[in-house]
Design a protein. Sequence first.
Length: 130
Amino acid sequence: MAAGAPRAWPEEVGARKLEIGLAGHGLPASALVDLEGALGPQLEPGQSRAAAAADYRARMQDLVNGKHRWTARRCPTLYGQWHAAEPQIPNELALPGVRNLPWLRELNLNPSYRVAAGLGARLCATSKSS
């Protein structure tokens, strides 16, 4: 292999399969999604990792935004709300005068990003308490 030439990596490098179909709370059963790592091969244009289905993302948005009553638990966390200055996840097609925040939507509706955000939040909470 010539120096500086791109190396062909196996498809599974940089991601592991994440089972999101047993989450409960009315979230629909879903196929496995990719839990991305910090390092991995660069994706080609038009290529993407396995993501959650649209119905899963819609239900998660409803849950995070508090549209469904929870009995013994609280609503799932809205990650990034203080940075975005938003109390809930905005709809994808924002109305005129409403800020469109695709990063906030992706952070909260992509299960692999929610895993990373949850681990970061737990680390911050642990660090503050010690």
